[in-house]
Design a binder for this molecule. Sequence first.
Ligand code: ARG
Ligand code: GLU
Length: 723
Amino acid sequence: MKKTHRLNQKLVFAFLILIKALNLRADEGMLIPSLIAAFESDMKAKGMKLTAEDIYSINKASLKDAIFQFGGGCTAELVSSKGLLLTNHHCGYSQIQSHSSLEKDYLKNGFWAKTLTEELPNPGLIAVRIVRIEDVTALVLNGASSKDDKSTIQSNIQKIISEVVANSGYEAEVKAFNYGNDYYMMVKEIFTDIRFVGTPPNSIGKFGGDTDNWVWPRHTGDFSVFRIYAGKDNKPAAYSKENVPYTPIRYLNISFRDRKEGDFTMVYGFPGQTEQHVVSSYLKFIIEKERPARIHMRDLSLGVIDAAMKASDLTRIQYAAKQASIANAWKKWIGQIDGLRTQDAVMLKQNKESEYTKLANSKEEWKKYASVVYEMNALVERDINWEFKYAMGVEYFSYGPEYFKLARAVNDLVSNYQKYKTSGELNTVLERLKVGADGFFKNYDASVDKEIFNKLTKEYFSNTDQWEGIKKELMYSTTPDWCDNYIKSISDRIYTKSVLTDKERYLNFLQNFNDKSIKKLDKDVGLQHYTAHITPFRNYVIPAYQNFSNNMSTLLQTYVEGKKIMSPNAKHWPDANSTLRITYGKLEGSTPTDGMKYTEHTTLEGMIAKYHSGNADFELQPRMLELFKQKNYGNYAQNGQLWVCFTGSNHTTGGNSGSPVLDENGNLMGLNFDRTWESTMSDYLFDSARCRNVVVDIRYVLWVMDIYSGARHLVDEMVLVKE
Ligand code: ARG
Ligand code: GLU
């Protein structure tokens, strides 16, 4: 009797732990749409009224047909029968910027096309519909000696893709999931005529700027409007005046009704990358070494850019998109390592890892998983420095001095000069470089670039121990500030002499290009510096880093396989990899730290309060203040308040920007655009108590279009669903 009682107690206890474990992870996961049926009953239990077929179907129009990958890195959704497409303001930012000038300052004033003919083309911009997703694991691994048999796998993939492309006229891509344990094929329809329809001014679309980026409470109207155009047959077509607005298979209706905490929410979009499985010592490296070094590199360049943008309107426009891209990851990383530290993420990982290894040792057939954690940690210890050097190179060469971009282009000319000459392509290549120069120098300020060069070169050299080599090279390396002097002397020459740092010098050089020019380039200080440092980076650092990363990936493949086999009942989901995913949760506030509570929505009142703080990031135009004073909210308010943003417990990441946040009927509640500061750790570790995605309410979006901007005709294209 006593014994069974104790057993019962034990069982209850074990059950409670299980519930707690499941509960903690209730909202975690980015699910593959074609497998969503497995979650249908859970989603329904949480309030969803749709069926799995409504969400994803290959037999009929479903929600997925309204959702597009936008410009490669964001998500967008169709909201009208005429191909009207919504995405974030920051996702359309480079297009908005490229249509802007001092005379037509769309960043500052916004833009609204009044008719179809006023909608502006965007060369290079694409929007991709997913036609279907197919598990092709068996086909990909067919004949492979192991999951690591790269050549068989590659040739199988090529075969699968070419068959689909030949038979359907669509594009296709096969991607590894779970580090090569699974493979899925995405069949895609790619639209290439995407026109710019409208945007609110920065004072709405980027309200809060960097001060509020990644932060709650939030009041950003982060949306912009595009339209997909197609050929007369409604198929994708290259830009042409003859093209017509695309007629969607499915578009989203607008969830036009009151909301409350607890409402079901679902986010459908293209999350870019998560790394839930990384080993503890790797995470420690990220938290303690890699992120702090990258953050510091960006502190330096942002210091230069921010000051220059404040000082001149022209620089503000020129550097708007670059600044935003540097600042965005910079701030995310700061929040991320903060969250991982306070959550003691490394220790949590270590605990999980020892549980895993213990489990693996408990059964003969699981023994093959027993050493994988140890091996991953050993690999980190041996080779992690390559990842560090690689990260420093990315910061320096891709986010550092900008003239490196021209150096890259010119280097191609140098290496292929003879080839271009004999093939007769030379003139075309030179023309292309000239056209590229216009775009480049439009947004370039050599004095800004020089300052960035001075700061980042020093940092890059220090972090990659290149000083030693340079010191040996220089015989006079005795004064304490010799490294500053060294950098100053090369940068003075680079920014006064190199053809790569001045438009006139560059165009002159291309204009008078001949056999001797190649020789002259050899002596160009700008190109010399770039070549001297990119070459070892390309030849040694990148291959060594790739080798490390491949080895890690192979171990992760085993590690993840072990998780699935040894704990079959846990909720497994493949890391984000820029493919279409679904995550669901609810409209919900959070308690990010002890003694602090975030409510689940913000209103226009809070926006006005921020404006009164006087911070330049909270600048508003008089119209906003006027409409606020009149309480002119049209029919977009709820209980007399205009909701601006809300948060949800949906597991999202970069790439989910612009993703539709859908209600229980699949109607559009708002556009996802961010996570809270405390959430940014979720790329490594999701914590449902604190991780929240940030959404701009569609009712605010429509208010800005209609009442603020007078673009009522766009609202009229949409279907507003009251109940
Ligand atoms: N943090 C959001 C994302 O990762 C928004 C970025 C754009 N906003 C900004 N202030 N830079 O994309
Ligand atoms: N703003 C991010 C994006 O561009 C989404 C925020 C996040 O990382 O969750 O996708």
